[in-house]
Design a protein around this ligand. Structure first.
Ligand code: ZN
Length: 173
């Protein structure tokens, strides 16, 4: 193994320890990815590092508090096994338990002749946005037909009627 690779490996491990100490899951995900890439290049086992990367990704979304589900996004040219997962939704806790990513049967060769490297990613499913958008017109509809708004409407009609009674005779004079 090249010494430069060793140095980088030590550096990555040191950074990883730092990220773990402060629960920076996003940084952990990036570091695991880089570590997986390095072991892949060197022809060593990388699957466990890609797994840790996926786990850190899920923990990042879980900790955000707003996200309870994730969906799988595959690469445009992903292998048939990964394509099957495209758009699949998982509760974060279920995904953490079953670990659908990385796809173990992935056949996408990052480097020809090497084992499959799954490029699938988790995307957060934001559920609240459409609900809020759908709720708002409903609230407005209910608000418009309250007794208070009916009274305001009658008063406005009365004012308009008075104005018409006053101005129309003046105009036609
Ligand atoms: Zn694949």
């Amino acid at each position: 193994m090249a010494p430069s690779g060793d140095d980088r490996w030590r550096e990555l491990n040191r950074e990883l320890e730092g990220a773990m100490a402060i629960n920076d899951f996003q940084r952990m995900s990036q570091l695991y990815f880089e570590m997986a890439l390095q072991t892949y290049r060197e022809g060593r086992g990388f699957a466990h590092l890609l797994e840790q990367r996926a786990k850190a990704e899920l923990m990042h979304w879980k900790r955000s508090g707003d996200v309870t589900q994730v969906s799988v996004q595959t690469a445009d040219d992903s292998c048939p096994q990964c394509k099957k997962l495209n758009g699949a939704r998982f509760e974060i806790d279920d995904a953490l338990h079953n670990m659908p990513l990385p796809q173990v049967d992935c056949s996408h060769e990052l480097q020809t002749g090497k084992p499959g490297w799954c490029r699938c990613l988790y995307l957060p499913v934001i559920k609240d946005m459409p609900e809020v958008a759908a709720d708002q017109p409903e609230a407005k509809k209910q608000g418009f037909f309250t007794p208070a708004s009916a009274i305001v409407f009658i008063i406005l009609l009365f004012i308009c009627g008075c104005a018409l009674c006053y101005y129309v005779p003046q105009l036609t004079r």
